[in-house]
Unconditional design. Structure first.
Length: 94
């Protein structure tokens, strides 16, 4: 059974505040990465800084769709979810 959460509730306000704080911190930390290192990764299986940001943005967009109910008709399986995030990350390059 799906539970509807009032968008004006305290828990939504707390989650939004935490998300904004974390997003701001991620952007702040990214500002310390030199442009020529945005695509660098320490190993072939590790994410580069630009892919970390892409992963965060794509996952956040998906979670927002789940939370707002806009993905209810097209809810992916967990495998499809991660495959979609990974494919989206690949589009971000320097």
């Amino acid at each position: 059974m799906q539970q509807i959460i009032d968008p004006t509730s305290e828990i939504v306000a707390q989650a939004k505040s935490k998300f904004e704080r974390i997003s701001g911190r991620l952007i702040h930390l990214l500002s310390f990465v030199p442009d020529d290192k945005l695509g660098w990764a320490p190993s072939p299986t590790a994410r580069s800084p630009i892919r970390i940001v892409a992963h965060s943005a794509l996952a956040s967009r998906s979670f927002a769709g789940i939370i707002t109910g806009s993905m209810n008709d097209n809810m992916p399986s967990i495998e499809e979810f991660f495959k979609s995030i990974y494919a989206g990350e690949q589009r971000f390059t320097t």
